[in-house]
Design a protein. Structure first.
Length: 364
């Protein structure tokens, strides 16, 4: 066995994390865990995994589930396209009648890329496919002091080939788990614990005192600012929501009535803005005399490529007000049954917790 991989495996056997998805070779459960852990820390994903598997223990159960329920179990994890892809892929598996056992077939599933296919094939079937995630990029780039950007086409090819080359062909599953754990626990993005690393003797970045310089990235993520104004329209027992259908963030999640402006705008200017006037006309709200109260001035909600500046307004309507064009009337007490974004869930939590409207603060 190569010295690089043998040292990793020896370290892992003493220090590896004991996680529930590592106690199984069921490809379905491994698949679920890997998708949950994409863009999600283990500490956060752990409970989500247990709840998801408890409710959907196999692809047959997931395939026949209602999409709203699947999204509700995913609520809070973000990147909701992952849940939609899981649901669609489960339906494909249900038609097949089995979980595929080759890399090519696994990768053909909706939403499954190189990393997820390699993880499933190595962990479930012991096939020699190297995983390459953020942890692996970091460990390899530092150990070999690779200056090729990890987000370049050439860099991705280079790291994929290197990962495959240094992987233990005899123990691919253990090796893959080992290098990911090393990146998560020791070779961390900030303040790596180099003194505890089993690879420190041969780590080029360490000996050059340049660990902070790796991995190299070429592109800087562009973050777009968006300005959302939510309108909580309610009576003594009910409120209005809609399902987001646009090809945009939070698709197929439920939302409050929303007005988006191109820039930050003060409350008095918003209430007189063309956007709010158009919203009232489109929904039929302009036919009534209503009083608007600002409930939350502004909170920031950070996504990977977007920064949402959200304000919340309240409009109290009579109990016989039952129609808002484009929206459905639901009981406030039933809001927890609808899958929503984390931002809206925070707002609903306050509403459901207090049973009344008041000026509130939401955590960012």
């Amino acid at each position: 066995m190569d010295n690089f991989s043998s040292r990793l495996i020896d370290w892992y056997e003493e220090n590896g994390r004991d996680l529930p998805w590592r106690q199984t070779r069921d490809p379905y459960k491994i698949w679920i865990s890997e998708v949950i852990l994409q863009q999600t820390r283990v500490a956060q994903g752990y409970e989500y995994y247990l709840k998801f598997i408890h409710r959907f223990p196999d692809f047959q159960t997931l395939a026949v589930a209602d999409e709203d329920e699947v999204m509700r179990y995913w609520q809070g994890l973000g990147y909701y396209s992952r849940a939609r892809n899981l649901h669609e892929a489960a339906r494909t598996l249900n038609q097949l009648g089995y979980f595929p056992e080759t890399y090519k077939e696994v990768k053909a599933l909706k939403g499954v890329g190189d990393y997820t296919a390699a993880a499933i094939c190595s962990f479930a079937y012991g096939l020699p496919y190297a995983v390459v995630d953020g942890n692996v990029y970091r460990v390899l780039s530092r150990h070999y002091a690779i200056e090729e950007p990890i987000d370049s086409t050439e860099g991705k090819k280079m790291f994929a080939a290197l990962a495959q080359d240094v992987m233990s062909k005899d123990f691919p599953a253990i090796y893959n788990q080992a290098i990911m754990d090393l990146g998560a626990l020791i070779c961390t993005p900030v303040s790596p614990r180099c003194e505890d690393c089993p690879l420190v003797d041969t780590c080029l970045a360490y000996h050059k005192q340049q660990t902070a310089a790796f991995p190299v990235k070429k592109m800087k993520v562009k973050v777009t600012d968006r300005f959302f104004h939510y309108i909580y329209i309610y009576n003594s027992t009910s409120t209005f929501i809609r399902k987001r259908q646009e090809d945009d963030i939070w698709r197929n999640l439920y939302d409050l009535p929303l007005v988006e402006t191109k820039e930050r705008i003060l409350e008095i200017d918003f209430l007189n803005s063309d956007e709010f006037i158009a919203f009232k006309k489109a929904t039929g709200l302009d036919m009534f005399s209503v009083e608007v109260e600002q409930l939350v001035r502004e909170v920031k909600h950070i996504l990977s490529h977007q920064r949402i500046h959200a304000s919340f307004y309240g409009i109290r309507v009579p109990d016989n007000f039952e129609t808002l064009l484009g929206y459905q009337l639901v009981d406030i007490a039933e809001l927890h049954n609808f899958p929503v974004s984390r931002l809206i869930n925070q707002f609903f939590s306050v509403i459901l917790g207090t049973k009344k409207i008041k000026k509130i603060n939401l955590c960012h």
